[in-house]
Design a protein. Structure first.
Length: 138
């Protein structure tokens, strides 16, 4: 009987370990998706801001030498306009990124809640099976 009860506990422990493993895996996947999204946006924003920074340095170098007369030239005004466009692009992307990331977080929370319910059901089943196993072996 002790051997049979031990087998019940081994099965129960295995099922609980599987539930813990699956839960941890699901949470890590969710975190990874969110992190990848943010890092992806940060790379794109960094590219635009670095380009803008380079253009503004060029503009500053041109203007530093000749003040107002250089600002009117086509080349210098084009450099300034391009730098401002890059900055505006990052600024205009921010609300979209914020909304998208918020949607991503809401969906992740929803998936994790569903998985929490699934884990709860699996845990209850494991406990019921343990009771059945122990009671059946007496």
């Amino acid at each position: 009987t002790a051997q049979n009860n031990n087998q019940c506990w081994v099965t129960f422990d295995y099922r609980l370990q599987k539930i813990v493993h699956d839960t941890r895996k699901k949470a890590e996947e969710s975190t990874e998706v969110n992190t990848k999204y943010l890092k992806g946006y940060m790379v794109v924003a960094r590219i635009h801001l670095d380009r803008s920074s380079g253009l503004l340095r060029r503009y500053d170098r041109f203007v530093r030498g000749c003040r107002l007369t250089c600002q009117a030239t086509v080349r210098v005004s084009r450099i300034h306009r391009l730098a401002l466009e890059k900055i505006r692009r990052v600024r205009s992307d921010l609300p979209f990124v914020k909304r998208s990331y918020h949607d991503l977080l809401c969906r992740s929370r929803q998936e994790l809640r569903q998985f929490e319910r699934y884990a709860t059901i699996q845990t209850r089943r494991a406990v019921e099976d343990l009771r059945t196993c122990v009671d059946g072996r007496r």
